[in-house]
Design a protein around this ligand. Structure first.
Ligand code: GAP
Length: 515
């Protein structure tokens, strides 16, 4: 646990120190749970967005994109259920005056029990050595089974109470488990109350004529309201998908864990419109395909797991999260939801407009069902960033901090460094930049000793450092130093573009989805 906390602290300070993420309006002491992406962060974020867009839109001939507005007609949110049901159950501590999400207090309690399971597993792994079979141990060890039963019964009781709007029972559960305020240890709790997460604002010049609107809490509704426009103008045939990336806003009360839970964040969502009755098949299809997308980045299969929802959102008939092993444990990274015909039917009802598809094979019209994939771009950023940040012990007894980003996502693909700032080396290095910059984001650096410059590039995740030295003047070759192995190789300048291209091309990385 301490190791995880240390890693998380490192992530926070590295993100700031190396120009990835800053607290929003920091000179005014910041705005809680709102962040700005800095010069390197914006590149990494853009590359993740592009990696998603290419996988979802470019590689699927039946998926197209839209970019809908953040502000939408207020009835949208009545129809979607957000005005009435987009709530978090909150509880206040009467002594500390701190406010918490009741469900998060209970989930954190369960995470502690899970910690005990992990300890049992680690102990047994040590005892049995190579012969240890984790799956078998977890399925048969009485102590582990006891812990798991406890977790299951707590979570299913909470899910049932929340579903039935039985907030008194949620409070009772907190009391029965003896959950205390994490900051003060006080168990003096108020009742549990529902709190709507949407940010409201006004459209219009004067108070009398203004209309209450909302900053969208999810991008999905911008897709639903455009379903028919896109279907007709694109002559789309079911099954087909509409994808979108963009900002969403939620007035999160438990705003913590850096960019994991923000008040302003970005989503990458795809709504896949299908024939009613085929939702199970498509739900399984998208679960598989989305996991394959994650795995293509090579961040370790052990770092992902599915979590099937017990408590389904008001719109879903099945839902699962892809959870990632963040520095604070396994948490939701992406959701795959079978949303039935809930959204389109609701919009039909509230708008009075038909939102149906005429199926030529069936010779009838119907409201399509939808399977949605929804991933937070900021969460994906945190997953990639935290997983890549490594303190590596070197043979000479020192350590280096290196950001082993998947090269396809790295902010800069290559740094071009003249060995010294004279003898014509800066000129030849700049010529290399001039050639490569048309294809790749490159970085030119001539300050300090070359070893120090390598370290700077390691810290921002640049996969290749290309050094022009005196030999370059003679034979037009350069030294290429690889970030991950620190190996160095002499390469003709004319081969650089192809060599870098092979390692960072989206094509080569995304092809792994099909493997
Ligand atoms: N349209 C469905 C939807 O919005 P969700 O599970 O509420 O579903 C989808 O959100 C994804 O958006 C989450 O898996 C997460 O990655 C991201 N997300 C949600 N709330 C977030 C927040 N406050 N900060 C950052 N990312 C968030």
């Amino acid at each position: 646990m301490a190791g995880q906390e240390d890693q998380f602290k490192k992530v926070l300070s590295h993100a700031k120190e190396y120009g990835f993420v800053f607290q929003s309006s920091e000179i005014y002491d910041g705005l809680s749970a709102v962040y700005d992406y800095a010069q390197h962060g914006v590149e990494l974020k853009k590359n993740i967005r592009e990696y998603w867009w290419k996988a979802m839109v470019q590689l699927h001939e039946n998926i197209v994109g839209v970019d809908a507005a953040i502000l939408m007609h207020p009835t949208t949110w009545k129809a979607s259920g957000h005005v009435d049901a987009f709530n978090d159950p909150l509880i206040d501590n009467k002594d500390s005056k701190k406010r918490y999400r009741a469900d998060v207090l209970i989930e954190d309690y369960c995470a502690k029990i899970e910690g005990k399971i992990n300890k049992e597993v680690a102990k047994a792994a040590k005892r049995f050595g190579d012969a240890f079979d984790k799956d078998q141990f977890v399925a048969t060890n009485p102590r582990v089974l006891g812990y798991q039963d406890k977790i299951n019964s707590i979570l299913s009781r909470m899910a049932k109470s929340l579903e039935n709007e039985d907030l008194a029972d949620v409070k009772l559960l907190i009391e029965e488990l003896g959950i205390a305020d994490p900051l003060t240890g006080s168990k003096n709790w108020t009742e549990v109350k529902q709190f709507n997460l949407m940010f409201g604002t006004q459209i219009g010049a004067s108070a009398e004529n203004s209309t209450q609107v909302y900053l969208r809490p999810e991008t999905a509704q911008g897709i639903f309201v455009n379903f028919l426009n896109v279907q007709k103008t694109g002559r789309m045939k079911i099954p087909f998908g509409i994808a979108q990336t963009g900002k969403a806003f939620r007035n999160e009360i438990v705003a913590r864990q850096f960019i994991f839970r923000m008040r302003e964040f970005e989503q990458m969502e795809m709504q896949f419109f299908i024939k009613p009755g085929t939702q199970k098949e498509w739900y399984e299809h998208w679960k598989k395909e989305r996991l394959a997308w994650h795995l293509s980045l090579g961040m370790g299969a052990d770092n992902y797991r599915f979590h099937d929802h017990e408590k389904l959102a008001h719109y879903a008939d099945a839902a699962a999260d892809i959870e990632f092993n963040f520095p604070f444990g396994f948490k939701e990274l992406e959701g795959i939801h079978s949303r039935t015909d809930f959204d389109l039917s609701q919009h039909e009802q509230y708008s009075g407009k038909k939102l149906q598809y005429f199926d030529p094979q069936e010779n009838k019209s119907y409201v399509p069902y939808v399977v949605e994939t929804s991933i937070g771009l900021d969460r994906m950023f945190l997953a990639v960033f935290s997983n890549s940040l490594i303190d590596e012990a070197l043979d000479n007894g020192t350590t280096r901090t290196v950001l082993k980003l998947p090269p396809v996502l790295a902010p800069y693909k290559a740094a071009i460094l003249p060995l010294v700032k004279k003898d014509g080396l800066p000129e030849i290095a700049k010529e290399i930049v001039e050639d490569l910059k048309w294809d790749f984001n490159t970085f030119y650096d001539e300050k300090d000793a070359v070893g120090k410059r390598y370290r700077r590039q390691d810290a921002i995740g640049t996969p290749f450092c290309i050094t022009a030295d005196h030999q370059t003047l003679e034979d037009q070759t350069v030294t290429v130093r690889y970030r991950d192995t620190m190996d160095q190789q002499r390469v003709p300048i004319t081969e650089l573009r192809a060599m870098i291209g092979k390692e960072v091309s989206v094509r080569n990385w995304l092809k792994k989805i099909q493997e």
